[in-house]
Design a protein around this ligand. Structure first.
Ligand code: NAP
Length: 268
């Protein structure tokens, strides 16, 4: 196996990311002699850094706020990265950067892990209209008959996202109207990463809805706790984080990582 010249996480800031712990555990368990480096890169420097990484034959991950901009800097992209319009995983192939998106598979795997089969024929409500929401839509469009309602504070972003997924998506202004018959509600905003705010009032949620908060933090998010207190099945974004990381590892090394070691590293 030919190893990448460097293995990096690009973000700004990257200080609080759990990805280094996750990938370091997988590398150690597999005995791969690479260090997973964090690179704090401002948007203004991204293109220059991407060129240096390409010349070094690097691979890695991309996180907030660079996923969309980095996609445009890749020489080619996987169909799923094209569909989402964002890259969270890359490597160097034939002297060019190749971009992929494992958030889509990570989200799908997290839903299966927490709630069983995907919500075929169900109503999925997505809060937010950024890159993570696009990954959710790209996953749900593969579920048989499922529809997505987008609720976001910036209506032009919500409309733009819905128009890219017109077969399954529509935009709702009021969250109460969107969730009344939902089978799955997904928080794809950063609300809950810190502080005590909820992305929406759990009182509106119907009995039987499953709740997936893509945000995660030690002790889970306040919204997850509040939804569980209403008797709903609810989980945070840790399983998606581990799965997107495991899928990235598979792309880089063509080997299945030690998921148990990865879980241990992020649970602390
Ligand atoms: P993004 O592209 O910046 O999009 C964020 C979305 O949330 C936008 O629609 C934004 O609205 C909205 N938003 C931001 N602050 C808000 C607030 N205070 N109230 C209501 N809406 C708000 O970010 P992203 O990459 O999609 O990430 C979103 C979340 O998903 C983050 O918490 C991230 O950590 C999480 N995530 C988790 C995983 C995982 O593996 N678990 C993977 C990817 C992302 P505006 O357009 O109006 O700003």
């Amino acid at each position: 196996m030919e190893l990448p010249g460097r293995l990096v996480l690009l973000g700004h800031p990257v200080a609080h990311s759990l990805s280094p712990a996750l990938q370091t555990a997988a590398l150690l368990s597999a005995g791969i002699p690479l260090t997973y480096e964090t690179l704090d890169v401002t948007p203004a420097r991204l293109a220059t850094v991407a060129g240096l990484l390409r010349d070094a034959g690097a691979a890695g991950n991309v996180t907030v706020p660079h996923k969309e901009a980095f996609a445009a800097l890749c020489g080619s992209r996987s169909p799923v990265a094209e569909r989402v319009g964002a890259v969270n995983t890359f490597w160097t192939e034939g002297g060019a950067l190749f971009g992929d998106n494992t958030d889509v598979g990570g989200f799908d795997a997290a839903v299966r892990r927490h709630f069983g089969l995907p919500h075929d024929h169900g109503v999925v409500v997505v809060l937010g209209a950024g890159g993570a929401a696009a990954a959710v839509l790209a996953a749900v469009e593969r579920w048989d008959g499922a529809r997505v309602r987008i609720v976001a504070r910036t209506s032009h972003r919500a409309n733009a996202l819905a128009s890219r997924f017109a077969r399954i998506a529509s935009v709702f202004e009021h969250v109460a109207d969107a969730v009344h018959d939902a089978s799955l509600v997904v928080n794809a905003t950063p609300v809950g990463l810190d502080g005590a705010d909820y992305p929406m009032d759990p009182a509106f949620l119907p009995p039987g809805a499953d709740i997936l908060d893509l945000a995660y933090r030690r002790g889970e998010t306040p919204w997850v706790h509040a939804c569980r207190a209403r008797g709903l099945r609810a989980a945070d974004g840790l399983a998606m984080l581990v799965e997107q990381g495991a899928l990235a590892f598979e792309r880089w090394f063509g080997a299945i990582p030690d998921r148990e070691a990865m879980w241990k590293a992020v649970r602390g």
